[in-house]
Write a protein that binds this ligand. Sequence first.
Ligand code: COA
Ligand code: MG
Length: 296
Amino acid sequence: MHEPLSRLRRSVLYVPASNERALRKSASLACDAVIYDLEDAVGPEEKEPARERLRSFLSGSDRPDCEVIVRINSFSSEWGTEDFLAARACRPDAILLPKVDGPRDILDADAALDETDAGASLRLWAMIETPRAVLNIGALAELGRDPAARLSCVVAGTNDLVKETRVSTDGGRNLLLPWLMQIVLAARAGNLTALDGVSNNFRDLEAFGRECEEARAMGFDGKTLIHPGQIAPANKAFSPTADEVAEAEMIVAEFAKPENRHRGVVSVDGRMIERLHLEQAEALLKKHEHIRERGE
Ligand code: COA
Ligand code: MG
């Protein structure tokens, strides 16, 4: 089953399942999706109560209306299986698998879901945060073309990538960019959503805004977030600007002219515009409409 490509995933907030206040807060936030975390945001002693808290929260009336994802510990850890069963019981839109190394990890999770009679609408998301995942990203993303594999989104895990590769972040994200670009390229090849990693410095929203702009320019669909303050800048950065909307409307209007209706290419102000630009313009306007429908 393919998801609507128009699904907005501009701002995707991690919420530690162990934090009752954050859980309650998550119901009222304007992010496009929430990832309830049972993995690294939850200490070893908190795993069991966090599962219980999350199950009870998501079965209550405070469950948010947005897309809901649960991140579990990897199956190779002592918590993986219990997390998986708890996540399944939470009826999320997707389960996010951490520390994925290659396609086998996705296929194993998929088989485990089939064993629990999970419906086809329950999707898998994958953290790309190990060197092997980056090296295997092409094969991983190919699974996006196989509906049975359930994979619908890849999420850059930049903190783990920095840790595993020992790359320096003294110069900002520069040295990470080649790997991040590979993730975006593979996501496009596999028809997947691509989400950028988090910005740890959640008080500096100006720097955060710049990082969102950079991520958007790289082709990411959205950014993963750690703090509610990051939601508005991410939504803004990953929404079409007024200029982009005007440009898209112009392109649609050009091709709608009777004399251009059957032409493959037109010329406007010394610029060539092809039908592929029309497709891009239509997709942008659809996204814009979707955002407007949400009252933004
Ligand atoms: N989700 C929901 N609510 C959050 C939140 C989050 N990720 N982060 C903070 N909040 C809430 C706080 O609970 C607080 O709520 P209140 O108004 O009811 O008191 C409010 O937002 C303001 O929080 P603030 O005091 O600015 O931050 P903090 O010091 O409480 O928390 C962090 C800072 C980094 C510990 C916290 O943002 C966090 O845990 N983020 C997620 C970490 C995570 O999931 N990491 C794993 C993936 S990388
Ligand atoms: Mg990680």
